[in-house]
Design a protein. Sequence first.
Length: 334
Amino acid sequence: MSLINKNKEVDYMVSIKDVANYAGVSVATVSRAINNKGYIHEDTLKKVKKAIDDLNYQPNEIARSLNSKTSKLIGLFVPSVEHYFFAELTYVVESTANKYGYKVLLCNSEVDAEKEKSYIEMLKQNQVAGIIMASQNMDVDYYKNIGFPLVMVERHFSTEIPYVVSDNYYGGVLATQKLIDCGCKYLGHIAGTKDIRPANRRTDAFKEIASKNNIKYVIEQCSIGYDSGYEAACKLLENHPDLDGVFCSSDEVALALMSVAKKFGKRVPEDLSIVGFDGVKLASILGITTIKQPIQEMGEAAVELLMKQIEEGVRKLESKIFPISLVEGITTKC
């Protein structure tokens, strides 16, 4: 039974040392009482409980992890908290982890290997129970030897690490075919960077479907985020003004392209059809034709796979590939 009075307001300035001094016992005794470890005389236990109640003390989860060598904390890595897909994924992961009694430490890597590494070192020091990685800036061996239960989301480079992805290739097929079915004759694709990740399968599908249908195409690359997408969209329309259809690597990039199209005097969808990818809520609000990833299911699955490792000790897990769907909007002319 917990010694903490949950109904009182919390004073986060109170430390375990304050509780020990108030009760007239050692810090180690308070720690044993809180963690229910070792023998403590009933009278001493009552003193500690009274001190905790009187001071409104709440034990620090990180501090408790130092004794237990683990914690009820998990780390979540994303390349950008501003990106709509990762923002929605973060929400799902946090709410799902909370149902298991875990809190989430959010790590925004910003596609920076050194920043990602420093976050991982911090998580090691705080004895996190596991990590969900939706960012990848280190080499494969680093992740294999990370020393935590680990699940990758929209990243996949080893059968030794469980992962959660959507069917990116089929998503690329659907997006490209949609533009062709709308009568587009000159296609553009704003793709992600060339690093090896599942999202690159969208580009593979785009090239194969366009070539199979004898459709002329051009590809422009961008890094993550609206600003990079906007810059890539400007280059694409400036260098290829005859484009009549573009498949974007994300809804965020599609949104940037819509702004650029207006700048170049192109009407959407009359002059330029646009298909995005991810199916975030904003895409639905703005009516962007997009390829929807099941973000809710993917986030829940990532947490469940991690919990199987943490709480059940399962190491060999089947990874999950989720189906995607085309969501019709007003950015395509058919």
